[in-house]
Ligand binder design. Structure first.
Ligand code: MLC
Ligand code: AMP
Length: 500
């Protein structure tokens, strides 16, 4: 059999294709037959547009059933899925398109005018797809017979490229193979005990690892049923729990659920699994959630480059404040700066090796080489300890990264945008504890004159979630003897900014 992820997922679809795969918030029921039919028509359109296996298809659309069909179609024709957050501005998008050189760009109808020139520059076909499923993609695909051929792929072929920022401020495309995605989904499917009849509340975006490769792939291979929500809304999610069994979310989901009085033991009573990841879950949130619902959240750890690497057990101790044990088939170690493994309990950089680890960064062989050890371990940049019994705790980051509501923000990118504004002398961007988002982006600047509305000035350059929630003006940034800005001092000084 071909190692195509599409073929492997479709093989697990229920034989009875009339079974429901996805239910929408509006109550529409989409069957596996519908999904395959829809994906087949988009495949026909892509082929008619000259898409060949290996071509990239960039997708910047709102979440919808059609978005799922589009993802499947990209895999079906052997192309490479490049999902992009709709919050990215055309300025940010320019880099992705220049780098990925997609054959096709699918965007929201509302951004067609802004992106037409970019698509033309890159000789990419431009199609539109709205949150309601309408757009030129659907209109043109509708008239075509559904093409059911599945392009043969090897396990090492690239299935997707996901952009992830870096400490230099420029995003890198992480190349994930068909084998990477399949092996990780299959491992988690078994580990978390997925079974027929499971119903997942899907409230995560479809352009990141968590919502796309963990939540969606797992449920597709489980044979449905997904309750697909356009975005996270705590009361809506609580209302759906009576009909569902599993929720996957970032820690902000859980703090927002706890903030709702509707979250009770009864409301959550039919659920069998709450998964958290993408950012640290406070032990306090874990305890509060258990006190309120009687359920212990299962925390797991992953990364765009690696998919999931560690998880607390389904049966056995779910230890709050830890991300559990290495997944079966995945090796984890904690090392010093030279890649020498440290004894249990010592803090070092977490390294990972296994079938989940990506192929490398698109177009960046040197950057890729720098992030792997000679023996194949990938250097995550996360600071961790591994206890003698194997439980892994993420205790910090060696990389200058802020995770806000599960979304990554690299300070360097925000600093570069700030420093380009008139009146700004220099800036330091830090993450500050925030009750809702875990960490909030805060900019500390020195400026000549009165700098005005800096956050507003960044709006056409940076996606909204990267824009500082607060900009603080200081006389001078603290520096060490080498002249390097001491962000730790700034983090300490402003730690209480959002307290209370
Ligand atoms: C939205 N905004 C944010 C934000 N999300 N600001 C900071 N951090 C965030 N995460 C801003 C918007 O720009 C907007 O600002 C305002 O908040 C309202 O936008 P919204 O879309 O209405 O926000 P909301 O629905 O409340 O979204 C919050 C959220 C969402 C936490 C529900 O961000 C979310 O779903 N996060 C999950 C991200 C995710 O999937 N991460 C997994 C990555 S994979 P303005 O000013 O423009 O109005 C990964 C690997 C792994 O990390 O291990 O899983
Ligand atoms: P991304 O690059 O968006 O894939 O984000 C990956 C990063 O999210 C990791 O390198 C960690 O820093 C962080 N992360 C993911 N899961 C967890 C977790 N359970 N606890 C702490 N940090 C996490």
């Amino acid at each position: 059999m071909s190692a195509s992820l599409f073929a492997r997922l479709a093989e697990r679809f229920p034989a009875e294709r009339g079974r429901v795969a996805i239910e929408t918030a509006e109550g529409a029921a989409v069957t596996f037959a519908d999904l395959l039919e829809h994906a087949g028509r988009i495949t026909a359109l892509f082929k008619a547009s000259g898409v060949a296996p290996g071509d990239r298809i960039a997708v910047q659309v709102e979440k919808s059933v059609a978005n799922v069909a589009l993802y499947l179609a990209v895999l079906q024709c052997g192309a490479v899925h490049v999902p992009l957050n709709p919050a990215y501005t055309p300025a940010e998008l320019g880099h992705f398109l220049k780098d990925a050189r997609p054959k096709v760009l699918v965007c929201d109808p509302g951004s067609e005018a802004a992106l037409a020139a970019l698509a033309k520059q890159g000789s990419a076909w431009l199609f539109t797809l709205g949150a309601d499923g309408h757009g030129s993609l659907t209109a043109q695909a509708e008239g075509l017979p559904s093409d059911r051929a599945v392009a043969a792929r090897s396990g090492e072929d690239i299935a997707a490229i996901l952009y992830t920022s870096g400490t230099t401020g420029l995003s890198k495309g992480a190349m994930l193979s068909h084998d990477n995605l399949w092996s990780n989904a299959a491992t988690l499917h078994a580990l978390w005990g997925f079974r027929p009849g499971d119903v997942l509340i899907h409230a995560l975006p479809l352009y990141h690892t968590h919502g796309l490769f963990v939540a969606l792939n797992l449920m597709l291979m489980n044979g449905g049923r997904i309750l697909l929500l356009p975005r996270f809304d705590a009361d809506q999610v609580i209302g759906l729990m009576a009909r569902a069994t599993v929720l996957m979310g970032v820690p902000t989901f859980y703090t927002r659920l706890l903030a709702s009085e509707g979250l009770t033991r009864e409301a959550a009573g039919g659920m069998r699994l709450f998964v958290s990841g993408s950012a640290p879950l406070l032990a306090r949130t874990h305890a509060d959630f258990e006190a309120r619902t009687g359920q212990r959240i299962l925390e797991r750890y992953g990364m765009t480059e690696t998919g999931m690497s560690a998880s607390n057990p389904l049966h056995g101790e779910r230890r709050a404040g830890t991300v559990g044990l290495a997944l079966p088939g995945v090796a984890l170690r904690v090392c010093d700066g030279e890649g020498r493994a440290l004894p249990p309990g010592e803090v070092g950089v977490l390294e990972v090796r296994g079938p989940n680890v990506f192929l490398g960064y698109w177009n960046l062989p040197e950057k890729t080489a720098a992030e792997f050890r000679a023996d194949g371990y990938f250097i995550t940049g996360d600071l961790a300890t591994i206890a003698a019994d194997g439980y892994v705790s993420i205790v910090g980051r060696a990389k200058d990264l802020i995770i806000s509501g599960g979304l990554n923000v690299y300070p360097k990118e925000v600093e570069t945008a700030l420093d380009a504004l008139p009146g700004i002398v220099e800036s330091a961007v830090i993450g500050v504890p925030h009750p809702d988002l875990g960490e909030a982006v805060v900019a500390v600047v020195t400026a000549t004159g009165e700098p005005g509305d800096l956050a507003g000035a960044l709006r056409d350059r940076l996606a909204g979630f990267k824009i500082p929630k607060r900009v603080l003006r200081v006389e001078a940034l603290p520096r060490n003897a080498m002249g390097k800005v001491q962000k730790n001092l700034l983090r300490e000084r402003f730690a209480g900014l959002f307290a209370g």
